[in-house]
Design a protein around this ligand. Structure first.
Ligand code: BG6
Length: 480
């Protein structure tokens, strides 16, 4: 049905994935062990565990992914058939530098991405690349303590330099750190490891301080990489990547409003640093009040200022809601404790709140605050799919989710003037879930015959949403 809105010509319709969630081939081509390789399988009730290295008898779903490492030509054909203009994936750092701290890169790893990018370009699809997407070399965790250690800045800049030079002319859009702000949930060892390669047990003292230090170092690294990338190729567009879940106040009670404001500040200061190049006013005060501090080198603030990103990439799946409680006079936002259910929205089977209007709201909020073009690099609906005998999947629930979100995205552009580069729905082909390690939580337009234990034919088949999205792209978003 035509809703009256159309995205401008050149808009980057596509799909998104990350290396560790689909490639498999975890020991092929000289690849090293990444943090994703030591995360066990979980499900929505059982959290993934992190083991100290790869252990016999444990199940590690990222080891096999969906075997994209060998099957990418077939998958890319399907993306091209849908009309993708771009495909967002990441470069597994461990394929290029197996340990992360080597001087020389691994040629076999570089060649893999050369070939894959060529295959994309041959099919008229441009790669959009995240440098670090939850797949840091495990060696950097063990030897250096992850991003709390400033040495990682140099390792990351070196990695970026190698791939910026190698893929010049093949890649234009880059992002530095995927969902850098997930570590706002600093009391979750899972998020500290995924975002910052810090391995600690739950309840370890000083986790919040570690997060602020690691995040500062990452933002400095990101700013250096932005400057370096522009030197290597002035056409490079290098973005941040923020997990955007706008946080609403539960009621109009002034304390709830203040609590939601502080929650947004706490969750999104990463964007202030990467897009505006400066720390927000509330943050040094908060750190001082809570006996925390960030160690900085004298030129860090200048580096941050000069290394502002070209655009803000973001994921959007859901909104959050919070409320004030009487024992929290200082409005400290602790994400694991302070979220409440929103009575106005529905939830997915994994409890993720479904809120299309929140996408438009968030796009306006970011535009007002960061004054940068935006790029929706993840959005989607994780659901249990049922494959019929003929391979079809009737995923009308997914089509509805996308319909409602794309419509709000189009309003943000057409009615609110938001500058938007593109839209790449998450997990355009079914892959391993990052939070649970399941295959059962499926996002794709393309079904992959594989179960949570890695059994199955790995055959790809089209879901109903495949043709629907193809039509959306062909009409530049007019036929939803
Ligand atoms: C984002 C990540 O958090 O959301 C992806 O960037 C992830 O890596 C996606 O897969 C969906 O989350 P999940 O846990 O359902 O896979």
């Amino acid at each position: 049905m035509a809703e009256g809105y159309k995205m401008p010509e050149g808009f980057l319709w596509g799909g998104a994935v990350a290396a560790h969630q689909l490639e498999g081939g975890w020991q092929e081509g000289g690849k090293g062990v990444s943090i994703a390789d030591i995360m066990t399988a979980g499900n929505k009730d059982t959290p993934r565990r992190v083991t100290d290295g790869v252990k016999d008898g444990e199940v590690y779903p990222n080891h096999w992914g969906i075997d994209f490492y060998h099957r990418y030509p077939e998958d890319i054909k399907l993306f091209a058939e849908m009309g993708f203009k771009c495909f967002r994936t990441s470069i597994a750092w461990t394929r290029i530098f197996p340990n992360g701290d080597e001087a020389e890169p691994n040629e076999e790893g570089l060649k893999f991405y050369d070939d894959m990018f060529d295959e994309l370009l041959k099919n008229g699809v441009q790669p959009v690349i995240t440098l670090s997407h939850f797949e840091m070399p495990y060696h950097l965790v063990k030897e250096y303590g992850g991003w709390t250690n400033r040495k990682l800045i140099d390792f990351f800049v070196h990695f970026a330099e190698v791939v910026f030079k190698r893929y010049k002319g093949k890649v234009k859009y880059w992002m530095t750190f995927n969902e850098i702000n997930n570590q706002t949930t600093w009391d979750s060892p899972h998020h500290l490891l995924q975002d910052s390669a810090i391995k600690v047990d739950e309840g370890t003292e000083g986790m919040e301080q570690m997060m602020y230090q690691a995040a500062h170092n990452e933002c400095v690294a990101s700013a250096k990489v932005v400057q370096l990338g522009h030197k290597i190729d002035p056409d490079y567009q290098i973005g941040a990547m923020i997990a955007m879940c706008p946080i609403y106040p539960l009621t109009a009670k002034p304390e709830d409003i203040m609590m939601a404001e502080r929650a947004m500040q706490t969750r999104y200061w990463f964007g202030d640093l990467q897009a505006n190049g400066e720390y927000p006013a509330w943050l040094p005060k908060y750190l001082a009040r809570n006996n925390m501090k960030i160690d900085m080198e004298p030129d860090d603030l200048e580096t941050l200022k000069n290394g502002r990103v070209d655009y803000v990439g973001f994921s959007y799946y859901m909104s959050f809601t919070t409320k004030y409680t009487d024992d929290n006079a200082d409005y400290v936002y602790t994400e694991s404790k302070d979220l409440v259910s929103n009575p106005y929205v529905q939830k997915s089977d994994w409890g993720w709140q479904i809120d299309p209007v929140g996408l438009r709201y968030a796009m306006n909020w970011m535009t007002d605050r960061w004054h940068k073009p935006l790029f929706i690099v993840e959005n989607g609906f994780g659901a249990y799919d049922k494959k019929e005998a003929d391979g079809s999947v009737h995923d009308d629930y997914r089509v509805k989710y996308f319909h409602d979100h794309i419509l709000e995205m189009e309003k943000a552009v057409a009615l609110d003037g938001v500058d938007l580069i593109g839209y790449t729905p998450w997990g355009c082909i079914d892959l391993i879930s990052a939070s649970t390690g399941e295959m059962a939580k499926r996002y794709g337009f393309i079904y992959v015959d594989e179960d949570d234990e890695g059994n199955g034919s790995l055959e790809r088949s089209k879901k109903d949403s495949f043709d629907w999205y193809k039509n959306v792209i062909a009409s530049d978003g007019e036929n939803l």
